[in-house]
Design a protein around this ligand. Structure first.
Ligand code: CUA
Length: 178
């Protein structure tokens, strides 16, 4: 029940008030602007990543990562001996998240475009590459593909920004760009 119900209870037959009509038009126009804004912003706003997603399985994906590691490994780092891999410029890069690491460490060339394939072997992780605008949900069973062109030399941090358990805060990776 409305606070001030229409006297005749036939609101649909009463003429539209000017103020109400104006607001309906304002709302409609704004609605259309936002609707068009979404595709426009996607193309020109550099806000959203254009990524693709494919079905995979943890086993299949891990195999691809290990193949790349075996082919292009140039060293190891840290106590656990996590491999440092230098894939050829412009190639496909397979990168995985699991409890609790980003694997492997990558060495890339500046201003070259790489095609990243990313997946998880267990739970949901959040891939965030700092300080660039890459921020993706990484799910087991899905291979996320995104192009990455590092245009600055130095170390990029890889963090997990989706809570994934006790070691979430230690789930750090590294990408070195030369
Ligand atoms: Cu992986 Cu949080």
């Amino acid at each position: 029940m409305a606070i001030t119900p229409p006297e005749q209870k036939i609101w649909w037959n009463q003429p539209l008030d000017k103020v109400e009509g104006t607001w309906v038009i304002v709302a409609l126009v704004w609605c259309l602007i936002l609707f068009l804004w979404m595709p426009w912003w996607h193309l020109y706003g550099k806000q959203n990543l254009s990524n693709e997603s494919y079905r995979t399985s943890p086993d299949r994906f891990e195999k691809k990562v290990q193949e790349m590691v075996a082919k292009y490994k140039v060293g190891e780092e840290g106590k656990t001996g996590i491999p440092v891999v230098r894939p050829p410029a412009g190639s496909d890069v397979y990168f995985l998240g699991r409890l609790w690491e980003w694997y492997p460490i990558l060495e890339l060339e500046k201003d070259k475009t790489y095609k990243f394939h990313i997946s998880s072997l267990d739970y949901q992780h959040g891939l965030s590459i700092q300080p660039v605008n890459i921020n993706l949900q990484i799910l087991p069973g899905y291979e996320t593909v995104v192009k990455f062109t590092p245009d600055q030399a130095g170390n990029y941090g890889v963090v997990c920004n989706e809570f994934c358990g006790a070691g979430h805060h230690q789930m750090l990776g590294k990408i070195t760009v030369k």
